[in-house]
Design a protein around this ligand. Structure first.
Ligand code: NAD
Length: 275
C-alpha cells in the first residue's frame, strides 16, 4: 500500500541490474510512493541488464550510465539529473558492490592486491566520490538523504565474504565521516543499511551463500529481511519521517546482528550430534 511518502521528491537509484536487485525493488517502491527517479548503473551493466524494463515500470524514467569509479561520469550524471529534474535531488541509493577476488574465487589470505584495490574503489570509494561530486555541484537539497547498502561482515568475520568485509567497514566509515561534513554544510543525511543475506547476483557470488542464507534465517528471530523489506526501509530513510537520522549503520536483518544463538540452531546441532 502506498502512502505518498516521497511525493514531490526526486532521486537517483544506482545498481538495478535485474528484478532480484535490491535497487530494482527500491526503485519500484520509491516510484510507488510518489517520487520521480533516475536510474543509473555501470555502462556495461546497462548493455547486459534489463534496466530499460524497470524504467518503463517507473514512468519511463531516464536511465543514465555512470561508472561509479569515475568522477567524470558521476559529475555528468549529476548535471544531467539536475537538468532533467529542473533542480537538485532529494535522495540517492548507492546499491553498488563488486569484488573481483570473490568473482574469481581467490581466497582472502591469498588476495590479489590489484583486485583488492578494485573492490575498494567500486564498492566503497564510489560512495565518497558520489558525495564529493554532489557537494561540489551542490546537487542535493537540504534534508536530502543518501543511503548505501552494507553487510554485517563489516563488524564480524564471515568466511567467504573476502575483501568485501573490509570494504563494507570502509563504506560504513565513509557514510559516518561524510555524513558529519554534509550534515553541517547542507543538512544532508548519509546512512548505511546493513541488510540480511539476499538472493541477488552480487549476493549469490559469495562462497557458501545458500547454506549461509538458511543459517541466517534460523538465527534471526524475524527471519531474513527480503529485498522488498529492504526497499521499504530505504524508502522510509528517504522520507521526511527520518529527518534526524544520519551517520548511522542501521541493521535490517530480522534481529540476526544481536542474536547469540537461537533454539532452531541448537536443535540442528542436537540432531546432527545424534546421527
Ligand atoms: N545480496 C546480499 O546478500 C546483500 C546483503 C547486504 C548488502 N548487499 C549490498 O547491496 C548492494 C546491492 O547488491 P545486490 O545484492 O542488489 O546485487 P546486484 O548484483 O543486483 O547489484 C550490484 C550492482 O552493482 C553494480 N556495479 C558494479 N560495479 C559497478 C560500477 N563500477 N559502477 C556502477 N555500478 C556498478 C552492478 O552493475 C549491479 O547493478 C551491494 O552493495 C551489496 O554489497 C547485498
Amino acid at each position: 500500500m502506498a502512502h505518498s511518502l516521497l511525493k514531490g521528491k526526486k532521486g537517483i537509484i544506482f545498481g538495478a541490474l535485474d528484478e532480484r536487485s535490491i535497487a530494482w525493488k527500491t526503485a519500484l517502491r520509491c516510484y510507488d510512493e510518489g517520487a520521480e527517479i533516475i536510474l543509473s548503473n555501470a555502462p556495461i551493466a546497462l548493455r547486459m541488464g534489463k534496466i530499460k524494463e524497470l524504467a518503463a515500470l517507473c514512468g519511463d524514467c531516464p536511465v543514465i550510465g555512470a561508472d561509479a569509479t569515475s568522477n567524470e561520469d558521476l559529475e555528468k550524471l549529476l548535471n544531467e539529473a539536475m537538468a532533467h529534474f529542473g533542480g537538485k535531488v532529494d535522495f540517492m541509493l548507492h546499491s553498488i558492490g563488486m569484488s573481483p577476488n570473490v568473482r574469481k574465487n581467490i581466497p582472502y589470505t591469498e588476495t590479489s592486491y590489484e583486485n583488492f584495490h578494485k573492490t575498494i574503489d567500486i564498492s566503497a570509494l564510489s560512495l565518497h566520490r558520489l558525495l564529493q561530486c554532489s557537494m561540489k555541484l551542490d546537487a542535493i537539497n537540504e534534508w536530502g538523504s543518501v543511503v548505501a547498502l552494507s553487510y554485517i561482515a563489516a563488524q564480524r568475520s564471515f568466511p567467504g565474504y573476502n575483501d568485501m568485509a573490509d570494504t563494507k567497514a570502509l563504506l560504513e566509515s565513509i557514510a559516518r565521516s561524510f555524513g558529519y561534513y554534509y550534515g553541517f554544510a547542507k543538512k544532508v543525511r548519509v546512512n548505511t543499511i546493513s541488510q540480511s543475506p539476499t538472493v541477488t547476483t552480487a549476493g549469490s557470488g559469495v562462497g557458501g551463500f545458500d547454506a549461509f542464507l538458511t543459517y541466517a534465517e534460523k538465527m534471526s528471530p524475524l527471519g531474513n529481511a527480503s529485498a522488498d523489506d529492504c526497499a521499504n526501509y530505504t524508502t522510509l530513510l528517504f522520507s521526511d519521517m527520518t529527518r534526524m537520522v544520519t551517520m548511522q549503520n542501521l541493521f535490517h536483518d530480522g534481529g540476526f546482528s544481536f542474536t547469540g544463538v537461537s533454539v532452531p540452531i541448537i536443535e540442528e546441532m542436537e540432531k546432527a550430534a545424534q546421527q
